[in-house]
Design a protein around this ligand. Structure first.
Ligand SMILES: O=CC(=O)O
Length: 328
């Protein structure tokens, strides 16, 4: 097949914060004529008819009405990543354009970061590092203690594929696993890992030593964890967020952490990202932070690109689409 026969896929950029990884470009070129946003904007006339798909990476909102209006043959937006809260699904679907995501590619690496944060926070890994490298050995006192993950109770909010993979890992730590799910009870998963369903989120919050958030960000889950929910948690409990920052009311979280309402928080996601350098979350010792790296592994990123390409090609070839996101 000559290059000119390949369908056009619009990407934001190559490299940078939200572009396609340089090492994936050759793979994408096997399937598409690649056009960067800059090239598109410089020569809309050449590209607007030819572009049938857009490949977007995770978290940056780029798809607005003006762009959609300038792409009359657009059929699909393939999101590389599972969360699609950066896309206006209703607007996109009003143009007859499908949206797809990559739930399979992200689940292992994101579950791993959940476990890493839980362990790091429980055992005060970051503080420990600073003590280890401190020139003053007196920094370490005998009452500098963490808490144990083994046999503790983990409450998972959102038992989708990432939540389930967290549960499988937690089982190996002999954790008692509770879960709350808005959409439905997951009986197969319950049996596989011995998880106990909490219909009421309050029950999970009251009983858990670690609460892990693994939900999609939607209007229903926006600030799902606020002052009231934090007050249901044990003062010895830790909140771990690996989904989206806005699922937590951050001001309420800061207050809870400052006042000992909960023991600690471990966050891979915040709002905004990155946090302003004077944000109180950056100053609290009982906060472990990472810069939204749930899927930042070589393998996950490669799998995300491949899964996104499979989805896009399925739409373009009119085949069943592996992971289509249907607007509610
Ligand atoms: O944040 C990661 C994802 O949405 O996959």
């Amino acid at each position: 097949m000559g290059e000119q026969e390949l369908p056009g896929v619009l990407i934001l950029e190559i490299g940078g914060e939200c572009g396609v990884l340089e090492s994936h470009v050759a793979f994408l070129r096997k399937h598409f004529s690649l056009i960067t946003m800059k090239e598109f904007l410089q020569n809309k006339e050449k590209w607007s008819e030819k572009t049938e798909s857009i490949f977007v990476f995770e978290r940056r909102p780029v798809i607005d009405r003006e762009l959609l209006e300038s792409l009359p043959n657009l059929k699909v937006i393939g999101n590389s990543g599972v969360g699609v809260n950066h896309l206006d699904l209703k607007l996109i679907s009003s143009f007859g354009v499908k949206v797809t995501n990559t739930p399979h590619a992200v689940s292992d690496s994101t579950a791993d970061i959940g476990m890493a944060l839980m362990l790091a926070s429980a055992r005060r890994l970051v503080e420990g590092y600073h003590i280890a490298v401190s020139p003053d050995t007196k920094d370490f006192a005998v009452d500098w203690l963490g808490v144990e993950v083994t046999r503790a109770t983990l409450g998972i909010i959102g038992m989708g594929s990432i939540g389930y993979k967290v549960a499988k890992r937690a089982k190996a730590f002999d954790m008692k696993i509770l879960y709350h799910n808005r959409s439905q009870r997951k009986e197969k998963e319950e049996q596989a890992v011995g998880a106990v369903y909490c219909k009421k989120i309050e029950d999970l919050l009251q009983q858990s030593d670690f609460v892990m958030l693994v939900v999609n960000l939607t209007p229903e889950t926006h600030k799902l964890i606020g002052k009231r929910e934090l007050e249901f948690m044990k003062p010895t409990a830790t909140l771990i967020n690996i989904c989206r920052g806005a699922v937590v009311d951050q001001d309420a979280l800061v207050e809870a952490l400052q006042n000992g309402v909960i023991r600690a928080a471990a966050l891979d996601v915040t709002y905004p990202e990155p946090l302003p350098r004077d944000h109180p979350l950056l100053k609290l010792k009982n906060v472990t932070l990472t810069p939204h790296i749930g899927t930042a592994t070589v393998k996950a990123l490669r799998m995300m690109t491949e899964e996104a390409v499979d989805n896009i090609l399925a739409v373009l070839q009119d085949l069943p689409v592996p992971s289509e996101v249907i607007p509610k």
